[in-house]
Structures are given as C-alpha cells and as structure tokens.
Design a protein around this ligand. Structure first.
Ligand code: MG
Length: 234
C-alpha cells in the first residue's frame, strides 16, 4: 500500500536540502570542555618551567654547570626533580661554536625521556656518524627523518611529544612508548615507536618502571648549552 505521508516528508527534506537547511550530524559524545591555556606569553600558562635562565634548582645532580646569559652549559648528568609520564617538552640547545672532535665526539649530549629513552643531541652539521646516532635520532633505534641541524653554536629547538609505555601488573609490556620530535619546527621523528631503553652497548629493551620518571640531560664531555626548558603534562 502506498504511504503518501512518506512522500511528503521526502519532498520537504528535498526542499530543505535545496535551500541549504541540511540537518546537522552530532557525535553525541559528551566531551569535557577543553581547559583554557593562555598562549599569549612565550611559555604556555600550564607549562612547568625546568630552566628559565636563572638556576638549575629544578634538577638533581648539578655539578660543574655554567649558568650565564640565560643558558646552562652541561657539566654533569642531571635529572629533573619532578617526574613526568606523557608530556610535551620544549627545550633549546646549542652545540659548541668551537668545533672539536668528530662523529659522536662532537657536541654530544642528550635528552632522556623517563631517564631511559634518549633523543640524541649532537653536532650533526656536516659531521657524519651512524645515522641512528646522529642528532635527533632516537638513539640506536631510528634516525631522524631529515637532518635539520643548524650550524655549531646556533640555538636550536626540540619540541618533543612523548607517550609513555604502559606495563601490566606482571611487568610485561602492555603498550610501547612513542615519540614525536620537531627540530627547529621540522618533524624529525613522527610517532616513532620506542623499542625500549636506549643504550650504547646493548640493543633497546624494556624493563617495567613507574608511570612517571625524570627527564634527564646527558653530559658527554662536550660543552653543550641549554635554555628555555619547559614541559606540559599530557
Ligand atoms: Mg648523547
């Protein structure tokens, strides 16, 4: 049997569509309202500052660091007093203007997420080394997508987005860590899977650890400088 009523509805919808009155689709998900972050200042309002050019009070293990003119020059391995899991980290670095050494011996330092997973800092401007050990590599795991290094002595930025690994109660790996890195605004690690702690003498491997741990900076004997270090927990 024909249902004229349906034809009327169809005709009305067609007419509405024709004059731009299409019905809006909504997801129906009750999202929490995104927090407001003030980005009118150089540092986002919800960031924690780990170095503001004044002192290294946010760090443990500080020895023989030189702090002047708004930067801090490495003198020892240091780790942040506060611990972090998933996070966004901004850090600026400069390898020595006076070029000394070669390969891994030139401007070597490193940014360790959770005190284990190293994003390499190295002077890789016209300085070849093994690719998964050059600047912006996830050390001995993945070379950077491109070499975005500036010249020795020039300030460079890392913006790092880090997803911490998850472990089950029995200590087995539930989900690996991931890292995305922008160097000087250029993507150099794109959601790279971290295969475990990064080591010089061993392949990467996971061992269970807490959901939060320190951010560490490596002292590798080279006077690498840092400034403007801040982190946002995700
Ligand atoms: Mg290093």
């Amino acid at each position: 049997m024909r249902k004229p009523f349906h034809w009327i509805i169809a005709a009305v919808m067609l007419a509405c569509g024709a004059i731009g009155m299409t019905e809006e689709w909504k997801s129906g998900v009750n999202w929490a309202e995104p927090r407001v972050v003030d980005t009118s200042t150089p540092i986002p309002s919800d960031a924690k500052v780990l170095f503001n050019g004044q002192n290294m009070d946010a760090w443990d293990g500080v020895k023989d660091w030189v702090i002047q003119d708004g930067y801090a020059q490495v003198g020892s391995n240091v780790r942040s007093k506060e611990k972090f899991g998933d996070c966004q980290l901004h850090i600026e670095f400069a390898t020595p203007e006076k070029v000394e050494g070669d390969g891994q011996g030139r401007g070597n330092s490193g940014v360790y997420l959770m005190n284990r997973y190293e994003v390499q800092v190295l002077d890789s401007f016209e300085n070849k080394t093994y690719f998964d050990g050059q600047c912006a590599s996830l050390y001995k795991t993945r070379p950077p997508l491109v070499n975005a290094c500036r010249k020795p002595g020039q300030w460079q930025t890392y913006d790092i987005i880090f997803k911490a690994p998850r472990f089950r109660a029995d200590g087995s790996l539930k989900s690996p860590a991931y890292v995305t890195v922008l160097q000087n605004g250029v993507v150099v690690q794109d959601h790279t899977e971290i295969l475990g702690g990064t080591y010089y003498e061993n392949p990467p491997s996971y061992e269970p650890h807490d959901g939060k741990d320190s951010i560490s900076l490596q002292y590798h004997g080279n006077p690498v400088r840092y400034r403007n270090i801040w982190v946002r927990e995700l």
